[in-house]
Design a protein around this ligand. Sequence first.
Ligand code: CA
Length: 224
Amino acid sequence: MRVLVVEDDDALADRIAEDLRLSGMVVDIARDGNQADFMGCTEAYDAAVLDLGLPGLDGVSVLRSWREHGRDMPVLILSARGRWSDKLAGFDAGADDYLTKPFLHEEVALRLRVLMRRARGHAHPLITVGPLSYDSNADRFMLEGRPLVLTAQEQLILAYLIQRHGCVVSRSEIAEHVYARDLDPDSNTLDVMIGRIRRRLGHPLIHTERGRGYRLADDSGGDG
Ligand code: CA
Protein backbone atom coordinates (compact mmCIF):
# COMPACT_ATOMS: atom_id res chain seq x y z
CA MET A 1 0.00 0.00 0.00
CA ARG A 2 1.36 3.38 -0.99
CA VAL A 3 0.81 6.35 1.29
CA LEU A 4 1.51 10.07 0.98
CA VAL A 5 2.52 11.83 4.20
CA VAL A 6 2.02 15.62 4.11
CA GLU A 7 3.80 17.31 6.99
CA ASP A 8 6.01 20.42 7.13
CA ASP A 9 7.66 19.49 10.44
CA ASP A 10 10.63 17.55 9.03
CA ALA A 11 11.34 15.48 12.13
CA LEU A 12 7.69 14.54 12.54
CA ALA A 13 7.31 13.71 8.83
CA ASP A 14 10.32 11.41 8.96
CA ARG A 15 9.09 9.74 12.13
CA ILE A 16 5.62 9.08 10.69
CA ALA A 17 7.10 7.82 7.42
CA GLU A 18 9.45 5.49 9.27
CA ASP A 19 6.59 4.07 11.37
CA LEU A 20 4.47 3.47 8.30
CA ARG A 21 7.35 1.83 6.42
CA LEU A 22 7.97 -0.46 9.36
CA SER A 23 4.34 -1.50 9.22
CA GLY A 24 4.70 -2.44 5.56
CA MET A 25 3.66 0.63 3.62
CA VAL A 26 5.46 2.43 0.80
CA VAL A 27 5.70 6.09 1.82
CA ASP A 28 6.31 9.38 0.01
CA ILE A 29 6.62 12.68 1.88
CA ALA A 30 5.39 16.13 0.79
CA ARG A 31 6.70 18.98 2.92
CA ASP A 32 4.55 21.86 1.72
CA GLY A 33 1.04 22.40 0.39
CA ASN A 34 1.91 22.92 -3.27
CA GLN A 35 4.06 19.81 -3.41
CA ALA A 36 1.27 17.86 -1.66
CA ASP A 37 -1.30 19.14 -4.15
CA PHE A 38 0.87 18.13 -7.09
CA MET A 39 1.84 14.69 -5.76
CA GLY A 40 -1.68 13.78 -4.66
CA CYS A 41 -3.10 14.77 -8.04
CA THR A 42 -0.50 13.00 -10.17
CA GLU A 43 0.54 9.85 -8.28
CA ALA A 44 -1.57 6.85 -7.30
CA TYR A 45 -1.86 6.68 -3.52
CA ASP A 46 -3.90 4.26 -1.44
CA ALA A 47 -4.19 6.78 1.39
CA ALA A 48 -2.80 10.08 2.66
CA VAL A 49 -1.93 11.58 6.03
CA LEU A 50 -2.50 15.32 5.86
CA ASP A 51 -1.39 18.12 8.16
CA LEU A 52 -3.52 21.28 8.01
CA GLY A 53 -1.04 24.07 8.81
CA LEU A 54 1.30 24.03 5.81
CA PRO A 55 3.48 26.53 3.95
CA GLY A 56 2.07 27.40 0.55
CA LEU A 57 -1.37 25.89 0.17
CA ASP A 58 -3.07 24.98 3.49
CA GLY A 59 -4.21 21.41 4.15
CA VAL A 60 -7.92 21.99 3.63
CA SER A 61 -7.24 23.59 0.22
CA VAL A 62 -4.96 20.69 -0.72
CA LEU A 63 -7.67 18.19 0.16
CA ARG A 64 -10.31 20.14 -1.74
CA SER A 65 -8.05 20.21 -4.78
CA TRP A 66 -7.42 16.44 -4.64
CA ARG A 67 -11.15 15.76 -4.47
CA GLU A 68 -11.85 18.20 -7.32
CA HIS A 69 -9.33 16.27 -9.40
CA GLY A 70 -11.21 13.05 -8.68
CA ARG A 71 -8.67 11.68 -6.20
CA ASP A 72 -10.72 9.55 -3.81
CA MET A 73 -8.05 7.89 -1.64
CA PRO A 74 -8.86 7.87 2.09
CA VAL A 75 -7.40 10.89 3.87
CA LEU A 76 -6.50 11.03 7.56
CA ILE A 77 -6.02 14.58 8.82
CA LEU A 78 -3.34 14.84 11.46
CA SER A 79 -3.45 18.28 13.01
CA ALA A 80 -2.72 20.29 16.11
CA ARG A 81 -6.00 22.11 15.44
CA GLY A 82 -8.51 20.36 17.64
CA ARG A 83 -11.45 22.77 17.49
CA TRP A 84 -14.75 21.50 16.24
CA SER A 85 -14.78 24.11 13.44
CA ASP A 86 -11.40 22.84 12.16
CA LYS A 87 -12.60 19.24 12.15
CA LEU A 88 -15.79 20.26 10.39
CA ALA A 89 -13.81 22.11 7.70
CA GLY A 90 -11.64 19.01 7.22
CA PHE A 91 -14.55 16.63 6.86
CA ASP A 92 -16.38 19.11 4.60
CA ALA A 93 -13.34 19.17 2.30
CA GLY A 94 -13.46 15.37 2.02
CA ALA A 95 -11.45 13.93 4.93
CA ASP A 96 -12.23 10.39 6.10
CA ASP A 97 -10.75 10.59 9.58
CA TYR A 98 -9.19 13.18 11.91
CA LEU A 99 -6.52 12.71 14.55
CA THR A 100 -5.36 15.51 16.87
CA LYS A 101 -1.71 16.06 17.80
CA PRO A 102 -0.17 14.79 20.02
CA PHE A 103 -1.09 11.28 18.99
CA LEU A 104 0.03 7.71 19.53
CA HIS A 105 2.28 6.77 16.63
CA GLU A 106 0.81 3.27 16.40
CA GLU A 107 -2.60 4.82 15.94
CA VAL A 108 -1.73 6.44 12.61
CA ALA A 109 -0.81 3.12 10.97
CA LEU A 110 -3.83 1.37 12.48
CA ARG A 111 -6.30 4.02 11.35
CA LEU A 112 -4.79 4.05 7.85
CA ARG A 113 -5.15 0.28 7.60
CA VAL A 114 -8.81 0.49 8.58
CA LEU A 115 -9.45 3.32 6.10
CA MET A 116 -7.73 1.48 3.24
CA ARG A 117 -9.54 -1.77 4.02
CA ARG A 118 -12.91 0.01 4.03
CA ALA A 119 -12.04 1.80 0.80
CA ARG A 120 -11.52 -1.62 -0.79
CA GLY A 121 -14.93 -2.75 0.42
CA HIS A 122 -13.80 -5.07 3.21
CA ALA A 123 -15.76 -4.53 6.43
CA HIS A 124 -13.70 -7.04 8.39
CA PRO A 125 -9.90 -7.04 8.85
CA LEU A 126 -9.59 -10.77 8.10
CA ILE A 127 -9.55 -11.77 4.42
CA THR A 128 -9.51 -15.48 3.61
CA VAL A 129 -8.81 -17.02 0.23
CA GLY A 130 -8.66 -20.81 0.37
CA PRO A 131 -5.89 -21.87 2.77
CA LEU A 132 -4.50 -18.32 2.99
CA SER A 133 -5.77 -15.65 5.36
CA TYR A 134 -4.62 -12.10 5.92
CA ASP A 135 -5.21 -9.90 8.96
CA SER A 136 -5.00 -6.41 7.49
CA ASN A 137 -4.87 -4.69 10.90
CA ALA A 138 -1.85 -6.67 12.01
CA ASP A 139 -0.46 -7.03 8.44
CA ARG A 140 -0.01 -10.76 9.00
CA PHE A 141 -0.56 -13.82 6.82
CA MET A 142 -1.54 -17.31 7.91
CA LEU A 143 -1.29 -20.32 5.64
CA GLU A 144 -3.30 -23.35 6.74
CA GLY A 145 -3.46 -21.84 10.22
CA ARG A 146 0.29 -21.23 10.54
CA PRO A 147 2.16 -17.91 10.26
CA LEU A 148 3.52 -17.36 6.75
CA VAL A 149 6.98 -15.80 6.75
CA LEU A 150 7.69 -13.45 3.83
CA THR A 151 10.30 -10.82 3.05
CA ALA A 152 9.12 -7.22 3.32
CA GLN A 153 8.78 -6.85 -0.45
CA GLU A 154 6.93 -10.18 -0.85
CA GLN A 155 4.62 -9.16 2.00
CA LEU A 156 3.75 -5.88 0.23
CA ILE A 157 2.94 -7.63 -3.03
CA LEU A 158 0.87 -10.42 -1.49
CA ALA A 159 -1.00 -7.97 0.75
CA TYR A 160 -1.91 -5.92 -2.30
CA LEU A 161 -3.03 -8.98 -4.27
CA ILE A 162 -5.17 -10.40 -1.47
CA GLN A 163 -6.92 -7.09 -0.92
CA ARG A 164 -7.85 -7.17 -4.61
CA HIS A 165 -8.49 -10.93 -4.64
CA GLY A 166 -10.58 -12.17 -7.50
CA CYS A 167 -9.55 -9.18 -9.64
CA VAL A 168 -6.84 -9.03 -12.27
CA VAL A 169 -4.12 -6.67 -11.06
CA SER A 170 -1.81 -5.31 -13.74
CA ARG A 171 1.95 -5.17 -13.44
CA SER A 172 1.94 -1.39 -13.57
CA GLU A 173 -0.69 -1.23 -10.82
CA ILE A 174 1.50 -3.40 -8.59
CA ALA A 175 4.46 -1.19 -9.43
CA GLU A 176 2.55 1.98 -8.56
CA HIS A 177 1.12 0.78 -5.28
CA VAL A 178 3.74 -1.58 -3.97
CA TYR A 179 7.14 -0.83 -5.37
CA ALA A 180 9.36 1.85 -3.99
CA ARG A 181 10.18 4.39 -6.69
CA ASP A 182 13.64 3.05 -7.43
CA LEU A 183 12.38 -0.30 -8.72
CA ASP A 184 11.76 -0.67 -12.43
CA PRO A 185 8.34 -2.25 -13.10
CA ASP A 186 9.48 -3.39 -16.54
CA SER A 187 12.32 -5.50 -15.23
CA ASN A 188 11.71 -9.16 -14.37
CA THR A 189 12.06 -8.44 -10.63
CA LEU A 190 8.30 -8.72 -10.20
CA ASP A 191 8.15 -12.14 -11.93
CA VAL A 192 10.97 -13.36 -9.73
CA MET A 193 9.18 -12.19 -6.60
CA ILE A 194 5.86 -13.68 -7.70
CA GLY A 195 7.71 -16.95 -8.31
CA ARG A 196 9.13 -16.87 -4.79
CA ILE A 197 5.74 -16.10 -3.25
CA ARG A 198 4.17 -18.98 -5.18
CA ARG A 199 6.79 -21.38 -3.82
CA ARG A 200 6.17 -20.17 -0.28
CA LEU A 201 2.42 -20.61 -0.71
CA GLY A 202 2.73 -24.08 -2.19
CA HIS A 203 -0.86 -23.73 -3.46
CA PRO A 204 -1.86 -22.43 -6.90
CA LEU A 205 -3.42 -19.19 -5.63
CA ILE A 206 -1.65 -16.64 -7.83
CA HIS A 207 -2.74 -16.96 -11.44
CA THR A 208 -1.02 -15.32 -14.40
CA GLU A 209 -3.51 -13.66 -16.73
CA ARG A 210 -1.52 -13.45 -19.94
CA GLY A 211 -0.91 -9.86 -21.04
CA ARG A 212 -3.08 -8.49 -18.22
CA GLY A 213 -1.40 -9.23 -14.92
CA TYR A 214 -1.95 -11.43 -11.89
CA ARG A 215 -5.06 -12.61 -10.08
CA LEU A 216 -5.16 -14.08 -6.59
CA ALA A 217 -7.98 -16.58 -6.15
CA ASP A 218 -8.66 -20.10 -4.90
CA ASP A 219 -10.07 -21.60 -8.08
CA SER A 220 -10.23 -25.06 -6.54
CA GLY A 221 -12.83 -24.25 -3.90
CA GLY A 222 -15.04 -21.53 -5.32
CA ASP A 223 -13.88 -18.34 -3.60
CA GLY A 224 -13.68 -16.18 -6.73
CA1 CA B 1 2.20 22.02 10.20
